[in-house]
Design a protein around this ligand. Structure first.
Ligand SMILES: [Mg+2]
Length: 156
């Protein structure tokens, strides 16, 4: 199945999530450094990444293997920001550190969207299916407040 065919691009950007009051300047995380208007969908991001790679003749390097590796590297860079922090410290990053984390999250998203594009995978459809699958595995009434894996509580 071709990704996105016949479907309206699903919006990724909604209202900005609330941030702890007083810790960040208004719009801190969502202000564009370049002044470019914000993207409104994964399709728009996919197309921007296609153009970015084409302009640099980098498409030749974007095999699924290379993109999966790059994605994992960026996920590790994200993780590095939290290494050795306590739970509480991880919830109270400085504004500068939060921005650095946001940039690593962007790297992860970029490589994920690029990988999905190169493999013909509709990420939003797959994510929706996964949520639906997880809702069956973890019925809210059975698991509310528990972090146990479904194999631990499902009847054998
Ligand atoms: Mg990075």
């Amino acid at each position: 199945m071709s990704p996105g065919r016949g479907r309206r691009a699903a919006g990724l950007v909604g209202p900005a999530p609330p941030l702890p009051a007083g810790r960040y300047p208004e719009g801190f995380l969502f202000r564009s450094k370049t002044g470019a208007p914000p993207m409104k969908s994964l399709t728009e991001l996919r197309d921007a990444l296609r153009a970015f790679a084409a302009e640099r003749d980098w498409d030749q390097f974007h095999s699924p293997k290379n993109l999966a590796i790059a994605l994992s590297v960026e996920a590790s860079e994200l993780l590095e920001h939290f290494q050795w922090l306590t739970e509480e410290q991880s919830r109270a990053l400085s504004a500068d550190k939060t921005k650095e984390v946001a940039e690593e999250m962007a790297d992860v998203l970029i490589y994920l969207v690029r990988l999905g594009d190169k493999m013909g995978i509709d990420l939003l459809r797959e994510a929706k299916e996964k949520i639906d699958m997880n809702a069956k595995k973890y019925p809210a009434e059975a698991v509310r407040g528990s972090s146990r894996k479904y194999t631990e509580w499902l009847p054998k």
